[in-house]
Design a protein around this ligand. Structure first.
Ligand SMILES: NC(=O)c1ccc[n+]([C@@H]2O[C@H](COP(=O)([O-])OP(=O)(O)OC[C@H]3O[C@@H](n4cnc5c(N)ncnc54)[C@H](O)[C@@H]3O)[C@@H](O)[C@H]2O)c1
Ligand SMILES: O=C(O)C[C@H](O)C(=O)O
Ligand SMILES: [Mg+2]
Length: 562
């Protein structure tokens, strides 16, 4: 485990006392309140007599956790602990980071969103619903904690690869912010999860008598964007300088929202920019193993939504930095969506997709599917693809013949099935390793165990934006940065790529292990902060001072002496 740096929960004196204190997850220490604190804070009689330390509490909590017999029950247990005693929750998570991250985050959080209304226990975060649109400042003023460093907001429309979950989407901001604290060390009481409840088009939710969201079809068009504008205006007034992360918005809204606000406040879209940075970081690790240059790559995508286009944009920037012209770099991308290859003859492409449209002459005469599209199998058949990335939401889409064909032409195919949760993964690592005779360099969006192949144990990197957003949050909070730029994200990607275990050991994982992620987050945060300073977006410091600030800002759970 990481060495504690800034231990502590919030100060006890001057806050609530007695039963009210035990009901406050930020200040509550439960059985760890000392005799002196019990006397001072009116707690005698409310707690069992034995006073425990945090170690003992964590051991007892782990025992209770072990009694749960399915993942959703484990998730519910951890969420209840979070709502009871946040220091203990984070200490337990830190002690068992590899075991518990998949329970509070991807993939189990997907189930928690689907079942949100059925497993709902206590309020957390804010519900900003469309019918309350004229009272958004009041809703924000009602937030549970005054000071906020990071907001994660969703409208629940594209939750992972499972689509529209309406108000149940709040599970995602809660999970993301838990990792902001666990990994980035953002203080738990300075985080705020928000769902913008603009309705849902999910018929199952609308028909569910227990659905807790606004029972209405989704608001769209101008009304939707006006609502977002009202929300952002209220955030700017109530919480100036807060870092606002957009999460799991459907593609038609994700990019326009980012473009509208990115130069106005400290904000970024995690699915576009966070995903792009982690994918570039993992690719840099993979390229290190293949011994080739980035500019030698031919890159095929399945999926051309906001996540895929975001990744392509950062890879393209990296290809240009590696010496290709802009036109040459564009020519390296082959993107296939549900209507086939993106090419210049398609009238349905958005401007950001059009960047990757292959010229008509490069697709002329190609076989088409029954619907007239150029499919993935044909692209892989014709192009010597070195990299295959899946952001399509289609589980199993990287079929055996496609993967075998790719592996026939390149020595070390780089294959990243990045869709979440696990059932949406374009392939399982085990299959990819088997179909390529152990040659594929694999990273997945959801966590997978290592694969055994011919006496080797091959670790599978989790190429998930969790390697980026908590670190970016730490970087901007520690340095007081005013914006999140693409250059800061590219700096994060390169810092992450530089930490790839595969660079030192070709059999190592492409990305660091979760047990090392807090230290990795500090290195990324320093790179992000340094780039913000270079661009004049954060106050200048020496590199030593920057390092010290990042380290000091990374909170570690503990009970300080009051
Ligand atoms: N690993 C990560 O960190 C990470 C980060 C962000 C998003 N994701 C995952 O990426 C996925 C996509 O996210 P998005 O926001 O871009 O969603 P989206 O729905 O906008 O994009 C999906 C894309 O896949 C295409 N597609 C759908 N069915 C297809 C098919 N049968 N064949 C070919 N293409 C098909 C669509 O045309 C679209 O271009 C989600 O599953 C999400 O969980 C992973
Ligand atoms: O939430 C995740 O696990 C990654 C990503 O943000 C996604 O939407 O899939
Ligand atoms: Mg997401």
């Amino acid at each position: 485990m990481d060495t504690p740096r800034t231990p502590g929960s919030t100060r006890l004196d001057g806050g609530p006392r007695g039963a009210e204190l035990l009901d406050d997850p930020v200040r509550n220490r439960g059985t760890a309140f000392t005799e002196d604190e019990r006397a001072r804070l009116g707690l005698h009689g409310l707690l069992p007599p034995h006073v425990e330390g945090l170690d003992e509490q964590a051991a007892r909590a782990y025992e209770a956790y072990g009694l749960k017999d399915d993942d959703l029950e484990r998730h519910i247990y951890l969420r209840a602990l979070q709502d009871t005693n946040e220091v203990l929750f984070y200490r337990l998570l830190l002690d068992h980071i590899e075991e518990m991250t998949p329970i509070v985050y991807t993939p189990v959080v997907a189930k928690a969103c689907e079942r949100f209304s059925h497993i709902y226990r206590r309020p957390r975060g804010l519900f900003v619903s469309y019918p309350m649109r004229d009272a958004i400042p009041t809703l924000l003023a009602n937030r549970p904690n005054r000071e906020v460093d990071v907001i994660v907001v969703t409208d629940g429309e594209r939750i992972l690869g499972i689509g529209d979950q309406g108000a149940g989407g709040l599970g995602i901001p809660i999970g993301k912010l838990s990792l902001y604290t666990l990994i980035g060390g953002i203080r738990p009481e300075r985080t705020l999860p928000i769902v913008l409840d603009v309705g849902t088009n999910n018929a199952e939710r609308l028909e569910d008598p227990e659905y807790l969201g606004w029972r209405h079809e989704r608001i769209g068009g101008e009304d939707y964007f006006d609502f977002i504008d009202q929300f952002v205006g209220a955030v700017e007034r109530e919480l100036p300088g807060v870092c606002l992360q957009w999460e799991d918005f459907a593609t038609p809204h994700a990019r326009p929202i980012l473009e509208r606000y990115r130069d106005r406040l400290l904000t970024f879209n995690d699915d576009i920019q966070g995903t792009a940075a982690v994918a570039l970081g993992a690719l840099l690790g993979a390229i290190g193993v293949t011994g080739k240059r980035l500019r030698d790559q031919q890159i095929v995508f399945l999926g051309a939504g906001s996540a895929a286009v975001g990744v392509a944009d950062y890879l393209r920037a990296a290809l240009v930095q590696d010496g290709l012209s802009e036109a040459e770099a564009r020519g390296r991308f082959w993107m296939v969506d549900k209507d086939g290859l993106l090419h210049a003859g398609r009238p349905d492409l958005t401007p950001d997709q059009r960047v990757y449209a292959q010229p008509e002459d490069r697709v002329a005469g190609r076989p088409r599917t029954s619907r007239g599209a150029v499919g993935l199998a044909d692209v892989i058949g014709r192009v010597e693809a070195t990299v295959l990335i899946g952001l399509s939401t289609v589980g199993g889409a990287f079929a055996e013949p496609i993967v075998r064909e790719m592996a026939r032409k390149v020595d070390r195919p780089v294959i990243f099935p990045l869709s979440n949760p696990t059932a949406r993964s374009e392939a399982s690592p085990e299959d990819l390793i088997r179909w390529t005779g152990g040659r594929a360099l694999v990273a997945t969006g959801s966590p997978y165990p290592p694969v055994r192949h011919e006496g080797r144990t091959i670790p599978i990197a989790q190429c998930n934006n969790v390697f980026i957003f908590p670190a970016v949050g730490l970087g901007v909070v520690a340095t007081g940065a005013r914006r999140v730029t693409d250059a800061m994200m590219l700096a994060a990607a390169r810092a992450l790529g530089g930490q790839s275990p595969a660079l030192a050991d070709p059999n190592g994982s492409l990305l660091p292990a979760l047990r090392d992620i807090r230290a990795v987050a500090r290195a990324i945060a320093e790179a992000v902060g340094a780039e913000a300073q270079r661009a004049g977006l954060a106050p200048q410091t020496t590199p030593e001072e920057l390092r010290a600030r990042v380290a000091a800002a990374q909170w570690t759970p503990g009970y300080p002496q009051a």
